[in-house]
Design a protein around this ligand. Structure first.
Ligand code: NI
Length: 190
């Protein structure tokens, strides 16, 4: 798969929602950089873009491995289709794939109103590091390093949390966290 000239293709995978147990598990490192991994990433990107979302971690589609995809810089244009239904027209893709990421440095602090495809309908301010340094592998297993700031930094931290079994509501105050946990449990009838 060529990320430089990305074409929107693949299959949409079901996105699991909190409190699905896999979302609270620490994911295992990716060890095989093969065609299956490439297919998984292709389908994860397709799923993320169609959600639509800016990031998707493997545990969210039930794969407990250390991998996430993101794109903080694509265009979404909402329009009404011939059947009168709201749809998105997507373009200008800048997909990124992070495999076995490790945040090796942080500085500063920032807050941003976050949401998560696995916690639909919840948007809350979360405190994060402003700048991070991250090491990761690509689809071929090659190592890379990146200094990320602002939106990209926040997004990487949010997705990296998923690999450690942390959903963003866990980052809220105890009061808010308990409120949402109860609310979600009630909605799910558990
Ligand atoms: Ni999320």
């Amino acid at each position: 798969m060529n990320l430089e000239n990305y074409q929107l293709e693949g299959d949409s995978l079901p996105i699991l929602t909190y409190p699905e147990p896999v979302l609270s598990k620490v994911a295992l490192p990716v060890s095989k950089f093969d065609k299956d991994l490439e297919l998984l990433v292709k389908n994860m990107l397709y799923t993320m873009y169609h959600a639509p979302g800016v990031g998707l971690a493997a545990p969210q589609i039930g794969e407990s491995i250390r991998l996430f995809v993101l794109d903080v810089n694509y265009d979404r244009e909402e329009f009404t289709n011939a059947a009168g239904k709201e749809e998105y027209r997507l373009s200008g893709f800048n997909p990124m794939v992070f495999i076995n990421p490790v945040i090796t440095g942080t500085s500063g602090a920032t807050t941003f109103e976050e949401g998560c495809l696995s916690v639909p309908g919840v948007y809350e301010e979360v405190k994060r590091h402003k700048t991070i340094h991250v090491k990761y592998q690509d689809l071929k297993g090659n190592f890379h390093e990146l200094e990320a700031d602002d939106m990209l930094s926040i997004c990487i931290q949010h997705e990296n949390d998923h690999l450690d079994g942390i959903v963003f509501i866990e980052r809220l105050s105890n009061l808010k966290k308990n409120f949402y946990k109860k609310k979600i449990a009630k909605e799910k009838g558990r």
